[in-house]
Design a protein around this ligand. Structure first.
Ligand code: TXA
Ligand code: MG
Length: 330
């Protein structure tokens, strides 16, 4: 049974109690819903991987109520302090060297000498993290390879019966995951995953960012970069300038392609923040229309590259990537 908790003081207290006891609670952040477990308890972290059906272990982001709490687990540097000051609480994850006395379990950190940390935005999630008083590991609360949840009901669709509770904090305002920035070498800040903080905003404080090569054949630096990810069950076609009668349309802007049998417009006014917030719900909605309209695929209109467009394009490229077959799974 998965309990649905309201984001009230008593719901938050119950959620914190479950987490401290080693249970799993999904909760909303400004980006997406996270599947939380106490990062200091290896058994709790193992349950996260099991609930998500992740094919292999991945390093997880540890979440904190404040920058001070985060910087007890990782070694800050002047750039990290500056970015934390500017963007926390908010959709930015920093990868930094783990402190020797970090209490985060090796399973949560995947045995790495670095750790990803973030302070999410939202009154309820911050109250929850404060009440837990320990690092909370939380990947997105979806089954592995599926669309990230931006609403409590999406979490239940994915994980009902597999987790102890979901704290219903309402729909996520940003709607796609945090930007992941590797600062282990502060002279060369490296963008591991585009996300809720646009690159342009980071570069004002960091200077130009480095980008690691994405190479599907080698172990990716940031496993969220695995090529097929965020996948709806229908195949996805990008940069569509025409549409077939069997395709659902993910539109963007004031001129959606005419004649689509079913359309979800990410933002009729062409606003990239609105589009980010509506992206995962749109993929879910169009997928759910498959039987009704006998859809065989989804077509996506072109999305601009600036601001949050980069993160939106990144998620859509993954949704469109060839899917791993069962034979590829370890
Ligand atoms: O917005 C978000 O970041 C959400 C919410 C719930 O906070 N969480 C999230 O977690 O997206 P997850 O596990 O789906 O993605 C974590 C990303 C992955 O790409 C992972 O590889 C990377 O962070 N990561 C974690 N630890 C890392 C490390 N030590 N070095 C490099 N990348 C790391
Ligand atoms: Mg994820």
């Amino acid at each position: 049974m998965t309990e649905r908790l309201a984001a009230t003081p008593s719901g938050i207290a119950t959620a914190a109690h479950i987490l401290r006891e080693g249970g799993l609670v999904a909760f909303g952040t400004e980006t997406v819903y996270g599947l939380g477990g106490d990062a200091t308890q290896p058994a709790a972290v193992a349950r996260i991987f099991e609930a998500k059906n992740r094919p292999r272990f991945n390093p997880l982001i540890s979440h904190f109520a404040s920058a001070e709490a985060a910087f007890t687990q990782v070694q800050a540097n002047p750039l990290a302090l500056k970015l934390a000051e500017a963007f926390w609480p908010g959709p930015l994850t920093l990868v930094l060297p783990r402190t020797p006395d970090s209490t985060v379990s090796d399973l949560a950190a995947d045995g790495l000498s670095s750790l990803a940390v973030r302070v999410p935005r939202g009154d309820a999630v911050l109250a929850l993290l404060e009440a837990v008083g320990r690092p909370v590991a939380a990947p997105s609360a979806n089954r592995s390879g599926r669309i990230s949840p931006s609403d409590a009901s999406h979490v239940l669709e994915e994980l009902e019966g597999r987790i102890d509770a979901v704290l219903d904090t309402g729909p996520c305002t940003v709607g796609l995951e945090s930007t992941v920035l590797d600062l282990t070498d502060p002279s060369r800040p490296c963008l591991l995953r585009p996300g809720g903080i646009p690159v342009e905003a980071l570069e004002v404080l960091c200077g130009p960012l480095a980008y690691p090569e994405t190479n599907a054949d080698t172990a990716p630096l940031s496993p969220g970069r695995m090529l097929s990810h965020y996948a709806p069950s229908l195949p996805v076609r990008l940069n569509a300038t025409s549409i077939s009668p069997q395709e659902g349309l993910l539109a963007f802007g004031p001129t959606p392609l005419p004649d689509a049998v079913v359309t979800w417009n990410l933002s009729p006014t062409g606003n990239l923040e609105e589009a980010a917030a509506r992206l995962f719900s749109g993929l879910r909605f169009l997928d759910s229309q498959q039987a009704t309209f006998e859809l065989t695929g989804l077509a996506v209109q072109p999305i601009p590259t600036q601001g949050l467009g980069l993160a939106i394009q990144d998620r859509l490229r993954r949704a469109a990537a060839p899917r791993p077959t069962d034979a590829d799974k370890p």
